[in-house]
Ligand binder design. Sequence first.
Ligand code: ATP
Length: 373
Amino acid sequence: MASVTISKLDKTYSPGKKDQFRAVKGIDLEIRDKEFMVLVGPSGCGKSTTLRMIAGLEEITGGTLKIGEQIMNDVEPKNRGIAMVFQNYALYPHMTLFDNMAFGLKLKKVPRDEIKKRVDDAAETLGLTSMLDRKPKALSGGQRQRVAVGRAIVRNPDVFLFDEPLSNLDAKMRVQMRAEISKLHTRLDATMIYVTHDQVEAMTMGDRICVMKDGNIMQVDEPLNIYNKPANVFTAGFIGSPPMNFFNGLITKNDGKLGFASHGTEGHKMEVLIGGRLTELAEPRVGKEIIFGIRPEGMEVSDTISESSIQALVEHAEPMGAETMLYLSTKSNDSFIAKVAGHYNYKIGAHLHLTLNMDEAHLFDAETEDSLL
Ligand code: ATP
């Protein structure tokens, strides 16, 4: 059983000193046995610090870390049953690939035959068999990263830790390695914890995603739940590309009809009728401040004006082939992005009507920024 349980985990760098910094603020998280958990968040949110505490590379300031049933706070890294893959590969330049992968096993005094078998198996899994005599400098970035993964595999750990392993690769190689690591997870059936700032990696690789901000956990859930039911404005804006559009304004009721009106002077507001799943949430909040959220893919260009459409000016358009990204603004100077299917040649400065799909819209509390859904 290789679940990883962290309770009230805390990290303060340079405690008691003038430059002390609390990078992780008492977080609770359970990573299940054999789960692929992605820790994601912007630079500085504490995700690498959390991973390094699990690895034993960073001292834990407070709270507990358990792997399986054992408390690991004071256990040496090499005795935690973990293997870590770093962003910069951390290969020994003077050693062949074989020796790079075998190094940890030699230190552990694993018998020679066993080492050879494990390295050969890992090399085959990763397509490195024909390169085992080469040194790292004779490899591409993607191949080097595979060696780093191979070095983790041969140790047969209970838990794999990945710290932004694909950041140094070009876009195409990143997509390929993403799929390879996911396949590896299925094949090895091991617990994996993967740190990235890339929300696409998080969405495509994780069984579950843990979204972090400023040393806190903002939400933990399966990728589609995070996308469809973000718990707060931060998660809603972080997961999804381009990000969700947000409008600050008020819930209104005119002639018995519920609506949302963004801030702005009369005649210069973004006004739209509220319906679908938002109706029940909006009803008790008439006259109240709210944040209205809608994803770029939650709206469509329409020929006619309706009560659930808004008018907007095209500021900029990015044709992507299968879809077009429209950068728009309303009369109340709210800027937003719409992702519409197909290739359109919208003229800059043109006025469009966009119908908002209310079943894909979100309401957030204006003060706490928590979702009301
Ligand atoms: P990135 O993607 O940029 O690595 P991250 O989310 O992984 O970001 P961490 O590396 O965990 O963030 O860092 C969290 C915070 O702790 C940052 O503000 C960072 O400056 C600070 N920090 C990290 N290491 C140290 C250190 N050794 N001493 C002091 N502060 C540190």
